[in-house]
Design a protein around this ligand. Sequence first.
Ligand code: BES
Ligand code: MN
Ligand code: ZN
Length: 501
Amino acid sequence: MTAVADRSLGPELVRTESLGAADALVIGLTSSEDGPVFAPADAFEDVLDADTRAALLSSLRAVGAKGKSEEITRVPAPSGLDVDFVLAVGLGAVEKIDAEQVRKSAGAAARALTGVGTAVTVLSGVDLGAAAEGFYLGAYQFTAFRSAKSAPKADDQPVQRIEFLVPDAGFGEEELFRSQAIAEAVATARDFVNTPPNELFPAEFADRAAELAAAAGLQVEILDENELAAKGYGGIIGVGKGSSRPPRLIRITYAGGDQRVALIGKGITFDTGGISIKPAQSMENMTSDMGGAAAVIATTLLAARLSLPITVTATVPMAENMPSATAQRPGDVLVQYGGTTVEVINTDAEGRLILADAIVRAGEDDPDYIIDVATLTGAQMVALGTRTPGVMGTDEFRDRVARISQSVGENGWAMPLPAELRGDINSKIADLANVAPHRWGGMLSAALFLKEFVPEGVQWAHLDVAGPAYNTGGAFGYTGKGGTGVPVRTLIATLESIASE
Ligand code: BES
Ligand code: MN
Ligand code: ZN
C-alpha cells in the first residue's frame, strides 16, 4: 500500500453560475433575534423567488433550526428546486462570522454530506476560499488500511463534488485554486501522520517525500545512516540507533527567489521513549510524532505549487526512537552536528536532539528565516491544551507567526523563553543536558535547548504542535480524528507574508 502517493483526492471543487440539478443544496443560516436567517442574506435572490425562499425558511424553522455554529439541519427541497434535499449549516451570530467560522461550518456540512454525490452551495457568497478549504478538509477520510470488511460503503463515502454558486464566470477562480492547493497540502500532511508506524519508518518516509518532491520538480537530497555518521550528525544517529530501521535526513529545496526560508520538522516515525520508555497507555498516539516533518514537507511542495517568489528548503530529520541493545542510554554523551556535546539524561527528550542537528545544517545555507515545527513536548498540552500551538523564537518573528496563525484559524500563541530557565539545561559533564531536572515550563526549556543551535541574527520561530497535530477526540469543524495537518496553513501564510515583503 502506498497511501500517500496514491491518496484518493478529496471532493472536486468547481464554480457554477447557475443553480442546476444536484443531490443537495447547502445553505448557510445565521442566528438573529427573530430566529434563523439566510447567510449571506441575499444568498439566492437571483436564483430563488421570494415565495420559495420564504417556504424554505419556514420549514427550517419548523424543524427547529436556529443557525447556531456548525448546526446541521436537513429538510426536503421546496418545490421548484431540482435537488433532493437542502442542508442548512449554522454560522452562529452574524457579527461573529469570519473566515474560520465559514471554514468550520463548511467542514461540518461536508461531514454531514457523507454519501452524497454533488452538492451545490451558496456559502461561496460568504467567503469562497474559506468555504472551499472547509468542505475539502471536512470531507477528508483515511481509508488506506481498511479491507473490504470495513471499507466505507457508498453511504459512507465522502461527498464527491461541491459546486460553488458564484455571480459570474471570472469570479473567484484564483482564490479557489489557492484554497484547493492549500487543502490538498493539509490532506497530504494528514495522510503522512495517519500512515501507521510499521509502514512509515524513516527510509520509507524519506522515499515517499522524495517521490512527491521529484514529481514537483524540486531538488532532493537524502542522507542515509552511513552518511549521517560520517558527517557527524550525532543527534540523529543517537536517537536512531535503537531501531533496526535506520534514520535519514531529507532536504527538499524549492528555489523561487532571493529570500531564503529554512523549514525544519521533527520526523520521529514512532516514539516509544527509548530506554526511558513511555507507559503503554496511549503510546499508539506516538505514530503522530512526525507531524512536524509531515507539515514542512507538505508546505514546501505547496510553496512550489503556488510559485511563491522565495526559496524554501525543508531539512527533515527522521528516526524511530526504540529501546534495544543498541539504543542510546540515559547518561550517554553525544556530539551534535557542528560539535556541541549533549548529555542525554532522558532518551524520551529525543526530538530536540534530531532537531538540533537539522537546525545547524539548515543554518549553513544562510537562511533569512528559520521555522521549526515539532510535536515536541507533553508540556505544550499542559500549558495550552490540545488545539493551541505554542509559538516561540526571536521576539518579532515569533509574534508575527503567532498573529498569522491566529488569522488562519490555527490559533498559535506566543510564549516566552525565560532567561532563568536556561541554566537548568546545563550538564555536569557536557555542553548541554537534553532535559531540565524539573518539569516546570517544559515546553520552554525544550525551545531554549533548540535556541542554542540557531545561528545568531537569524529570525527564528519554533512551533510546538504536540497536541494540535493529532486529534485523539471526535471530529469537529473541518477536523476529523487523527492527523490534522496543523500547522500547514500557518506555514504557508507565513511564507506568503515573507514573499510579499
Ligand atoms: N513526542 C513527545 C512529546 C509528545 C507528547 C507529543 C504527547 C505528543 C503527545 C516527546 O518526544 C517527549 O516524549 N517529550 C517528553 C519530554 C520530557 C522527557 C522532558 C515529554 O513531554 O514528556
Ligand atoms: Mn519522546
Ligand atoms: Zn517525541
